[in-house]
Design a protein around this ligand. Structure first.
Ligand SMILES: CC(C)(COP(=O)(O)OP(=O)(O)OC[C@H]1O[C@@H](n2cnc3c(N)ncnc32)[C@H](O)[C@@H]1OP(=O)(O)O)[C@@H](O)C(=O)NCCC(=O)NCCS
Length: 177
């Protein structure tokens, strides 16, 4: 798997992910139009990844075919405290093969080993089982369950928060890097 920043030619692959209503289901956004995808890529190409509060969207590509199969987003939520938040979304044709797990581990490695983060967290709708199972698979801890955290058109929904600390990362992955 190759992880890199977005480029203009990612347009169609990105639309396949973020234009997909099923992928948006638990994530509080309406499926993107192709114009929104284009302006997102433009905006991403101009950001300074070191700026506080900036969300960097990274593309995950299959190494042998260069196909963009998913995206992992890393947001530097509190630079002084070395805290980031991670998010991800994958093309449904490529789920169930461990690719998102591999990409998330890669981006966690970047956050802890290269950026020097102390804590990386993730918020997830409790109904999004594939997502929280992924977080547990990579070794993140469930540390909160917020009840009735969001009011949606069909009622209240709950969120879990997961996190991993730098020493937890080192304990789990030190021998693999
Ligand atoms: C969240 C999301 C990325 C999870 O996708 P996923 O396919 O479950 O995750 P992976 O690609 O890591 O695949 C894991 C599956 O592959 C299997 N697998 C096969 N080989 C594997 C390997 N080498 N390593 C890990 N898992 C492997 C796992 O057992 C698991 O299968 P299971 O679901 O039957 O238990 C995907 O559902 C998605 O994009 N959802 C929409 C966006 C979204 O909700 N994002 C989260 C916001 S919080």
């Amino acid at each position: 798997m190759l992880i890199r920043r977005l480029i203009q030619s990612d347009r169609d692959a990105l639309f396949a992910i973020y234009g997909d209503a099923e992928n948006a289901r638990y994530n509080f956004y309406r499926p993107w139009t192709i114009e929104q995808v284009e302006s997102h890529i433009d905006a991403q190409s101009q950001i300074d990844v070191d700026s506080p509060g900036i969300a960097v969207m990274l593309a995950a590509l299959l190494q042998n075919s260069d196909e963009l199969v998913g995206c992992v987003q890393l947001t530097n939520v509190s630079p002084d405290d070395r805290q980031s938040e991670i998010g991800y979304s994958f093309n449904r044709s490529y789920t169930g093969k461990g690719l998102a797990t591999e990409a998330v581990v890669g981006v966690l490695g970047y956050a802890f080993n290269c950026l020097g983060e102390h804590r990386v967290c993730a918020g997830v709708d409790t109904r999004n089982e594939r997502s929280w199972r992924l977080l547990e698979r990579v070794g993140m801890r469930r540390e909160a369950h917020f009840i009735d955290a969001n009011l949606e058109s069909d009622g209240w929904s709950d969120d879990y928060v997961y996190a991993m600390l730098d020493y937890e990362w080192n304990r789990k992955y030190a021998s693999t890097i």
